[in-house]
Write a protein that binds this ligand. Structure first.
Ligand SMILES: NC(=O)c1ccc[n+]([C@@H]2O[C@H](COP(=O)([O-])OP(=O)(O)OC[C@H]3O[C@@H](n4cnc5c(N)ncnc54)[C@H](O)[C@@H]3O)[C@@H](O)[C@H]2O)c1
Length: 302
């Protein structure tokens, strides 16, 4: 792996500009493209402002080169990461295009949140170099990047990608099978399903669900994962708990009808001012600021 790799980022939105920032800060040369000109024109400004805000080296932005032409963006790249809209036909089309312009050894990655990498990459001539890299928002504050291989992905492509991200200060996790939601979103949404079910069944209100999580196991989860926790209390006790609790936990295969009703009623959360709870603009801003502050502090303590 070259100490200074050439990274191409497709899409300069929320995730794309943050991914470009991380690679540039790690010393790599980054090209970035976007079909929406205003996003491309503001990308350096947005990265510079993030770097300043975080107290990171502002000069890193000089290693980011916005280019309007996709072919030019990827031509010299060692590694291409796509972060356009969550749209399967669009992603498939973009990778088909990218494949025409890259070197035979360039690694191709998609930052899809939940879409199967297998389906995104199925039309490529060489699928052994294609994989998923699932970053979390904001890319420069959340350490994890899930690296997802398909049945076709070569070990060399996985190894390169794991090392590239680890060297850039991220915590890559190898997902060995391309399953919907990978690891993080499967775990996260298993919790959300039960959270919604508790409200739906009148056991508590939405505020109480969040309070219980934040004031109980949420307090230790950043340093104590569930399987560490199971070992800590004992697998025998874990088994006993599961015998009582698991049959009572929501295990319906589809989304909750309660959630479907909220959406049908236009209760879309922050977007409409009400979801599970009501949100004034001030409350929304305060929560966003709180999360950002928390993530910044966590990074300082890393
Ligand atoms: N937002 C998140 O929290 C998050 C987290 C992890 C993964 N993701 C995934 O990352 C991807 C990007 O999400 P986002 O939140 O950054 O979206 P976004 O809407 O902020 O950015 C997408 C960008 O892609 C650009 N684009 C659209 N079509 C294009 C094309 N043909 N060529 C080049 N650029 C094009 C858009 O102009 C836009 O700037 C999605 O697949 C999303 O699911 C998002």
């Amino acid at each position: 792996m070259p100490a200074k790799a050439r990274i191409a980022v497709i899409g300069s939105g929320l995730m794309g500009h943050g991914i470009a920032q991380v690679f540039a800060l790690a010393g790599h040369d980054v090209t970035i493209t976007d079909s929406h000109r205003p996003n491309l024109d503001t990308v350096k400004q947005r990265i510079e402002s993030n770097l300043r805000d975080l107290g990171d080296d502002e000069k890193a932005v000089e290693r980011v080169r916005p280019v309007a032409d996709m072919a030019e963006c990827v031509r010299e790249a060692d590694f291409v990461v796509e972060a356009v809209l969550e749209d399967m036909p669009l992603k498939q089309k973009i990778f088909g295009e990218i494949e025409q312009h890259v070197r035979p050894d360039t690694i191709l990655a998609s930052n899809t949140s939940v879409m199967p990498i297998t389906e995104i990459m199925q039309g490529l001539r060489d699928r052994s170099r294609a994989l998923g890299t699932h970053w979390w928002n904001p890319p420069f504050l959340v350490p994890l990047v899930e690296v997802i291989g398909t049945q076709w992905t070569s070990q060399a492509a996985i190894d390169f990608t794991m090392k590239l991200h680890a060297d850039a200060g991220k915590m890559p996790a190898h997902v060995k099978k391309d399953v919907p939601g990978f690891i993080g979103n499967r775990l996260q949404h298993a919790l959300w399903r039960e959270a919604i079910s508790l409200v739906e069944n009148g056991i508590c209100d939405a505020e109480t669900v969040d309070k219980v999580i934040k004031a109980a196991f949420g307090r230790r989860i950043a340093v104590l994962g569930p399987l560490e926790n199971a070992d800590l209390i004992g697998t025998d006790l874990t088994l006993a708990i599961h015998k009582t609790v698991l049959p009572a936990i929501d295990h319906r295969p589809g989304p909750s009808p309660y959630l479907e009703r909220l959406v049908a009623e236009g209760k879309l959360g922050f977007k409409s001012g009400e979801g599970f709870r009501k949100w004034s603009p001030e409350q929304q801003a305060a929560l966003r600021a709180k999360v950002l502050q928390h993530l910044k502090k966590a990074r300082e303590n890393d």
